[in-house]
Structure formats: C-alpha cells, structure tokens
Design a protein around this ligand. Structure first.
Ligand SMILES: NC(=O)c1ccc[n+]([C@@H]2O[C@H](COP(=O)([O-])OP(=O)(O)OC[C@H]3O[C@@H](n4cnc5c(N)ncnc54)[C@H](OP(=O)(O)O)[C@@H]3O)[C@@H](O)[C@H]2O)c1
Length: 275
C-alpha cells in the first residue's frame, strides 16, 4: 500500500507522516511531497516534488498511490485551481481514498475561509473517488500566547466557543483516518474555549492576569492591521472571529478523540509549551 502525503513540508503534513510511521506504516510505503522537499529529506520516507500549480508534478508524485492525504494549500485565492489539479491527479492515479483537510462545519459555514474548502469538497465529490473530509477547526498554534501575556488577548468572537485543537493532534487524527480508510466526513476539534475562557487559562499558566478585549469585527480588523497584518489577512481573521461568535468554529471533540484513541491535548499544555 502506498500513501502519498501532500504538504508534507509544512508542520501539519510533517506530523502526519511521523504519525503514519508511529502507527506502523512502513517507511517505503509513504511518499511525502511538497515544493521545498529539501525540508523533508530527514523523514526517512520516499520523497517526491509536487507543486499544486503544476499538474505534471502531481501526476508523477501520485504514481502508484493507493491513498492520498491531501493537505490544503496555503495560498488563499489560488486554492481552487490548485486543488482541482490535485483532485485530477488523484483521479488519474485511481486512488482508493482521497482524504482532504477541510474546515470545520464546511457544510454550513459562511466564513470567507470556508469558500475554497467548500469548492474543493465539491470537486472531490464530483470526482467520484472514495473520499474523507477531515474538517479541522482552529489550531492552537494560531494564537500568540506569549503576546497575550504581554499585551492582553484581543478578538471579536464574544462568548462563541472555538473548538481549537493542537495541530499535531489534528495531523495524527488525519493519519489514523487515512490508515483506517473509511470514506466519511469527520468534524475535528478539541474541547475548546471561548476567548474570555482562553484569557483565564493563559492567566493561570502565566501566573499573572491576562485580559480579553472583545471588539467588533471591524475594530478587530483595524487592530490586526495596526499590529502589522496585511489588510487581506486581517479581513479573513476578523471574519473568522465573527463566525466563531455564531458557533461556526465549534464542534464536538468526539471525532478527534475517537481517531486519536485518547483525549485531545488540553490548551493549557500548548500555553505552557509556548511560554
Ligand atoms: N485549521 C487552522 O487553524 C489552519 C491554520 C493555518 C493553516 N491551515 C491549513 O492547513 C494547511 C496545513 O497547515 P500547516 O500549518 O502545515 O501550513 P503551512 O505551514 O502553511 O504549510 C503549507 C503546506 O502546503 C504546501 N503548499 C502550499 N502551496 C503549495 C503548492 N502550490 N504546491 C505544493 N504544496 C504547496 C506547502 O509546501 P511548500 O512549503 O513545500 O511550498 C506546505 O507543505 C495549510 O496549508 C492551510 O490550508 C489551517
């Protein structure tokens, strides 16, 4: 059996490859792909160059693949044509499972970020390939815990619950889902927090009070631009907080914990590691 992992040069894909190995998949049955493949020479698995913008590289990278773990690209605005290339290459290879890292609640979400994931899910469904959607909620790694200790935590999600999880947990769950090979939708998140609750958790770990300031999405976008984010990135993040206030980043931890076979990593561990 050959499992191809795309985006293996990023932290999510790298951890997924390490999890496949840890769960007993032989190294010669794993193909790790990406553009900057010099970053993954140390993984000890087969490595192939694959660029989502270049269909020929994808076709070559997927040769002999039985399953593909398709890690979504990181260039918002370009992802639908890029992802179409990946789906077409998987179809040409005739894979028995195409597992795609989507966004939590993709079926109903109106987040700006959800649009490209929804379009990709549709391309995959239309391909007729057996598929799994790994609909990930927020990574803990999106938060600057050390910065929050210095300056307080800012956001626009009010009391909305965010089912964030550790990126390595989500990647490990993706690896298990690919090994299991079930064609289904997973909604993947941790036990979660509200941002006022997160400020309390950070306070406990840091041993000093951390405040949470809730802003309107417009003011939060201005705040993010003020701390150096480009306008587009600020718009996407403030929109995500707008949706989070409505529960769009919330899900049960059941799917994640079932795949992991253990409780999800608590946010306090991630805060401790970051501080
Ligand atoms: N749920 C969340 O909170 C959250 C947060 C951030 C991102 N994400 C999504 O999750 C994905 C994985 O997360 P991550 O933290 O590992 O992201 P990351 O560090 O941005 O890594 C992105 C990966 O995608 C690959 N990639 C991007 N464009 C590509 C292209 N044109 N052709 C081939 N490979 C391409 C990169 O390969 P190279 O480095 O070799 O170019 C890299 O391996 C991201 O790409 C994004 O879609 C989710």
């Amino acid at each position: 059996m050959t499992i191809v992992v795309t985006g293996a040069t990023g932290p999510f894909g790298r951890h997924a490859v390490e999890s496949l190995l840890a769960r007993g998949v032989p190294a010669d049955q794993i193909v790790a792909t990406g553009r900057k493949i010099e970053k993954i020479a140390d993984l000890g698995v087969r490595v192939r160059h694959a660029d989502y913008d270049d269909p020929a590289t994808l076709r070559a990278a997927f040769e002999g693949a039985e399953k593909v773990l398709f890690v979504s690209g990181s260039e918002p605005g370009k992802r639908v044509p890029q992802h179409r290339n990946v789906v077409e290459a998987a179809k040409a290879a005739g894979v028995s499972l195409l597992a795609y890292t989507s966004i939590v609640n993709a079926g109903t979400s109106d987040l700006i970020l959800a649009g490209e994931h929804q379009a990709t899910e549709q391309l995959i469904a239309e391909s007729g390939l057996p598929h799994a959607f790994l609909r990930n909620s927020w990574y803990y790694e999106n938060y600057d815990f050390a910065g929050a200790v210095e300056n307080g935590l800012f956001g626009a999600s009010g009391d909305g619950r965010i089912s964030a999880a550790a990126r390595p947990d989500l990647a490990e769950a993706a690896a298990v889902a690919v090994i299991n090979g079930e064609a289904r939708v997973y909604e993947l998140g941790g036990p979660g927090f509200t941002l006022p609750g997160l400020a309390e958790e950070i306070s406990k770990v840091a041993g000093k009070p951390v405040t949470y300031t809730d802003l309107s999405p417009e003011k939060y976008a201005e705040f993010l631009i003020g701390v150096g984010l480009p306008e587009g990135g600020a718009a996407v993040l403030s929109d995500a907080d707008r949706g989070a206030a409505l529960g769009q980043l919330e899900t049960s931890p059941a799917d994640l914990e079932k795949l992991l076979g253990r409780p999800a990593t608590p946010v306090s561990d991630a805060i401790r590691a970051a501080l």
